[in-house]
Design a protein around this ligand. Sequence first.
Ligand code: ZN
Length: 339
Amino acid sequence: MRGVVMHAPGDVRVEDRPDARIEEPTDAVIRVTQACICGSDLWPYRGLEPVKDAPMGHEYVGVVEQIGDAVTQVKVGDLVVGSFVASDNTCPICRAGYQSRCVHQVMMGVIGTQAEHARIPLADGTLVPVPGTPTEAQARSLLAASDVLGTGWFAAVAAEAGPGKTVAVVGDGAVGLCGILAAKQLGADRIIAMSRHADRQALARTFGATDIVEERGEAGIARVKELTDGLGAHSTVEAVGNQLSMDQAIGVTRPGGHVGFVGVSHDVQLQGENLFFSSVHLHGGPAPVRRFLPDLIDLIMTDKIDPGVVFDLTLPLDRAAEGYRAMDERRATKVLLTI
Ligand SMILES: [Zn+2]
């Protein structure tokens, strides 16, 4: 089968990979209908994470083609969405809502879903069938649910976004934008998007942002405080994962407020004394997207949300390398790969 392989930083190729097949009785094999390139795929692409000959991709929508003998909850022919972490959905960690840290977790990035087919471990716990036949727009949004929407949603929930709250969102990539959409759906009064890119600011407003702050660092913190009677936001979504964004997220949050951090952390250090006197709640990590998938699929299939507009470039799988370049050069926010 054809699939994306990253041989080294900056070296992405589409080539023949071993066919996906059932390896465990709990596996399914899907024909991937849509995959995409994630902001987190840019870390190895830019040489900020080690990479060698790695299959790529962890987001997917597809049709079940084969199931193992122990699979009972999905059947051949089902259109399915799953998260970027395969999970049994039955262990105590899953039952508590943290499927991304399932005791049997398998990171889908290791399997690589930017490919014609993918093996899905723990299919019963991982895959959620989609009712009906999605329109093209709904199909795009289902793909977004696989990671960026689910991750933005978790960040907003972790930040306790809701009625009466002012939410600040640090990061204007696909996850940050979906965090804005989530905060709006969760009923936030005011949503401050921190962004300096005109096209992303426009999308942020479409998703529900009420204010835009272009400043960063201390100036950004000062501006958010100015907008919030000197107090800071109640709830902050951190969707980048570096020192500047984490410091900014904690800095714009008022004492007693909540930070939901979902940017994959790279060399972030928290200074104890600053953290101590910030008096904020910190909750984050790899988003348990599986917790939210049934509700997100319902919101998408009833046209209540349209997160799929974060995809601003669509390419066939064979041109994936172009997609990586476009995201690396910030010419695209999020690239959808058709298969
Ligand atoms: Zn589990």
